[in-house]
Design a binder for this molecule. Structure first.
Ligand code: ZN
Length: 111
């Protein structure tokens, strides 16, 4: 695996899932782990976690949390044209590198 693979997605991006059990679902990226090449996407790749009772009388709970998913399984959804798209990089008028939707050619702002 190429660990240096550049992240094409950013926190706050809406993405579609390309493979796995959540294929074709969509969600928003809430965290990124660039070193692992993984992202946490809201509502995607949920796993059940068992909560241990810390003291007697506590409920043994099961919660669902989002597990990280490889960013290579994600495809950005362009906020302008609302389509799954690939991005290009371009310098804007201020000479800042920006992401551009390959479908509608609009700049995709990152937060
Ligand atoms: Zn677009």
């Amino acid at each position: 695996m190429n660990a240096l693979k550049k992240c094409h997605v950013k926190v706050g991006d809406n993405v579609a899932i390309l493979s796995g059990k959540d294929k074709n679902k969509q969600g928003r990226i809430i965290a990124l782990s660039p070193r692992e090449g993984k992202a946490i996407v809201s509502g995607i790749n949920k796993v059940k976690k068992h909560l241990k009772a810390r003291k007697i009388g506590d409920d043994m709970g099961i919660i669902e949390v989002e597990a990280p998913i490889y960013t290579c399984k994600l495809q950005l959804i362009c906020p302008k044209c609302n389509k799954q798209t690939r991005i290009a990089h371009r310098l804007n008028s201020k000479n800042i590198k920006v992401r551009v939707c390959k479908k509608c050619n609009n700049e995709i702002s990152s937060r």
